[in-house]
Design a protein around this ligand. Structure first.
Ligand code: ADP
Ligand code: MG
Length: 353
């Protein structure tokens, strides 16, 4: 009940918006379930040009609003700042639309940044400014990648501790927040809230195959579809323990880590090819390494070298994230405690959160 009262009071004192309050700007994205625009508040003195983001969503918008409301109360720093969500009844056929409003966090997703020739140095500049503290090279790249992986795991830990599994973790859904100079997660459109059994996305929902863990569905086949709210509240901690659905996101985060370490795996086609190779190795990353390393390109070799720094801590962490069995994968909390993130030495890096 506390939660409901709190939510109600919060809603009372937050500004509410209607369709006509917004002026549409540039289209930022278009998926199967919605269109995203940069928008401004109309006729509001002081409102900056395009400082908000609007998603016009189909029926799944209701879940996405629920997830964002929950994130704002429980783990706000994990995701883009959510402002407001409402149902906009349209007169046209095609029915209702959900409108979701966030703060505009910045122009670059991790995907945009990773596609730059200058990655990961372009990210270093965004996080630290123009501070130069090490010569360019593997050590420095490793430190930057480490920071990004840590921020991603930190955001995931927040979501998972709240009982939310994202299920669509990929570089396109990780945004650099210019305000906080950190990476945040966006797009809770496919997320599941297991503690209260909210999971509208049907089983057949196509998860992004490029980043999906081999189990595909976060609940085992023995688990019936998500039960209704009161039942789920009592049962879901048990289900969580049994199925470890959070490990689905960990696998995806591991693939992102992998792409950051290996420039040659950053393109879609290379990732798809890698997934095929890994499957052929029964999802054993070490076996994959043994097959590709002997005839590795300099690019690929560089990735292994980076992950082998400090006695192979990066490689060790990566292999604990990308494993076939969810049960054998590390949790976000476990990963954050991994020696890869030990920060002895390199004083300047203490600024890198
Ligand atoms: P979908 O993938 O369902 O189309 P997303 O929520 O991922 O919708 O948003 C699409 C794109 O819009 C993102 O990849 C990002 O470029 C941009 N975007 C979304 N939310 C924000 C935000 N809060 N600030 C800045 N850009 C955003
Ligand atoms: Mg998206």
């Amino acid at each position: 009940w506390d939660m409901f009262v709190l939510a109600f009071v919060e809603r009372l004192f937050r500004p509410t918006f209607r369709k006509d309050d917004f002026v549409l700007g540039k289209k930022l994205g278009e998926g199967a379930f919605g269109v995203v625009y940069r928008v401004s508040l109309a006729k509001k003195p002081g409102a900056k040009e395009g400082d908000l983001v609007l998603k016009k969503a189909t029926e799944y918008g209701a879940v996405e609003i629920w997830m964002n409301e929950r994130v704002r109360r429980a783990c706000a720093s994990s995701c883009a700042d959510f402002v407001y969500g409402f149902l906009e009844s349209s007169s046209k056929k095609g029915g209702d639309e959900y409108w979701l409003i966030w703060k505009y966090e910045g122009e670059a997703t991790l995907s945009d940044l990773m596609l730059s020739k200058d990655f990961p140095y372009n990210v270093e500049t965004m996080i630290l400014g123009e501070v130069q503290y090490l010569p360019k090279g593997l050590e420095r790249e490793n430190k930057i990648i480490q920071t990004i992986v840590r921020q991603l795991l930190f955001a995931l830990d927040g979501l998972h501790s709240t009982g939310i599994v994202h299920r669509d973790i990929k570089p396109q859904n990780v945004i650099f927040s210019e305000g906080s100079r950190t990476f945040k997660i966006i797009d809770l459109g496919a997320a599941a809230d297991l503690r209260v059994g909210i999971n509208y996305i049907p089983k057949e929902f196509l998860l992004d195959p490029r980043y999906a863990a081999p189990e595909q569905y976060i609940m085992s086949t023995q688990t019936p579809s998500a039960p209704s709210a009161p039942v789920a509240t009592a049962l879901s901690p048990v289900l969580w323990q049994l199925n470890l659905p959070d490990r689905f996101d960990i696998y995806s985060a591991g693939l992102i880590f992998m792409q950051m370490a290996f420039p040659s795996l950053r393109s879609d086609s290379a990732l798809i090819q890698f997934n095929r190779q890994l499957k052929r190795c029964d999802y054993d990353l070490t076996a994959w390494r043994n097959t590709v390393e002997p005839r590795a390109s300099p690019d690929l070799r560089k990735g292994f070298e980076l992950l082998d720094l400090d006695g192979g801590r990066g490689w060790e962490l990566l292999t604990s994230m990308v494993r076939y069995k969810a049960r054998q994968r590390t949790s976000a909390k476990g990963a954050l405690a991994h020696p890869y993130f030990d920060r002895e030495g390199l004083l300047a890096l203490s600024f890198m959160q």
